[in-house]
Design a protein around this ligand. Structure first.
Ligand code: GYE
Length: 335
């Protein structure tokens, strides 16, 4: 606890030294970020730091909570103590929020939630993020079409989940499972890889031993877990990608994963856009102007594949395109 508050205090001192007399004109924003577990997270942090810069009129108090829920609650309480103007939270887990959000409300500090959702309290003014359930369904619907096109007669799946209890993990798991259950696929196992490369590698190493020769699909709930899974499969002599034994897919779609997709290591990628900060800034500007922002704003994202086998999928009755990754598509990616 002391450590987290210490980080906040140091950041505050540094900012006031830089800004001198103008510091009080800046809008003070506290951002309790999840951590630094993945490429997606790095892109999210970079975007927030660029958007909430001093040049743009903000005094950003940034706390990396290192994937520790208790530290994240303390970070929010630290922001209340500093009497910031706004608090942005990317909730590590979806529950356990009502008490601290009530404290923010009592202190008169509006909270904006970014990326992952808070599912057990509505004491925040706005949320900006992705539809993780739709992402999970997209993965299932794509696999359904892909398996049919490739004549796969059995679909035996291993899932490497993201941080358990996070809304990203819950949505992607439930969305995929909905299609898997309807199709009668076998989900051999589904374990927590904590959205990290090391976590993905560890889970995949144990899967390779326990399910040797039994699986033909590996679903990684983020890119970094997929990189770890690749290392584990390589070491175990399991081939993956369009020409391999295993269909390997990931969620997020940061540049390194899109390069893997183009190279044919990954077979499909379900995008999750990490650049929500500009939309959050628009929300703060609305609040500054006394306007009421939207309660929920969804990021726009797409679905990508290595081969041109499935050109579209239908999610909840809506047909959506699947884009084949090419050099040109890759060159136009923003993250
Ligand atoms: O998929 C993963 C990150 O919350 C959507 O968190 C985010 C997830 C993202 O660690 O890479």
């Amino acid at each position: 606890m002391k450590k987290v508050l210490g980080v906040v205090a140091c950041a505050a001192v540094a900012t006031s030294m830089v800004m001198g007399a103008n510091a009080e004109d800046l809008i003070k924003v506290g951002f309790a970020q999840v951590g630094h577990e993945s490429d997606w997270r790095t892109a999210s942090t970079k975007s927030a730091q660029e958007v909430f810069s001093e040049e743009n009129g903000y005094d950003l108090q940034f706390v990396d909570c290192d994937n520790d829920s208790a530290a994240q609650l303390e970070a929010v309480r630290g922001f209340i103590e500093q009497d910031v103007d706004y608090i942005i939270i990317d909730p590590i887990v979806a529950t356990g929020w009502d008490t601290v959000l009530t404290e923010c409300e009592d202190a008169g500090i509006p909270v904006v939630v970014i990326d992952r959702t808070i599912d057990d309290s509505d004491k925040y003014v706005s949320w900006v993020g992705s539809n993780f359930l739709t992402e999970g369904k997209a993965c299932g619907e794509w696999l359904k079409e892909y398996a049919a096109a490739k004549g796969m007669d059995e679909v035996n799946v291993l899932v490497i989940e993201g941080t358990n209890g996070s809304s990203a993990q819950i949505g992607r798991t439930d969305g995929f499972k909905e299609v898997a259950d309807a199709e009668g696929w076998t989900i051999l196992d589904s374990q927590d890889g904590d959205f990290t490369q090391a976590g993905g590698q560890e889970v995949m190493e144990s899967y390779c031993k326990s399910y040797e020769g039994q699986f033909n699909v590996v679903i990684c709930q983020n890119d970094n877990e997929a990189f770890g899974a690749m290392d584990a499969m390589k070491a175990a002599g399991v081939s993956y990608g369009p020409e391999g034994d295993v269909v390997l897919v990931s969620f997020d779609g940061n540049k390194p994963a899109m390069e893997s997709l183009l190279a044919g290591d990954l077979t499909a990628v379900f995008e999750c856009n990490p650049l929500a900060a500009p939309t959050v800034e628009a929300v703060l500007q609305q609040l500054q102007a006394g306007e009421t922002p939207e309660k929920e704003t969804y990021m726009v994202e797409g679905w990508f594949a290595n081969e041109d086998v499935v050109s579209s999928i239908t999610i909840d009755g809506e047909e959506q395109p699947v884009t084949q990754m090419t050099d040109e598509v890759l060159a136009n990616r923003a993250y």
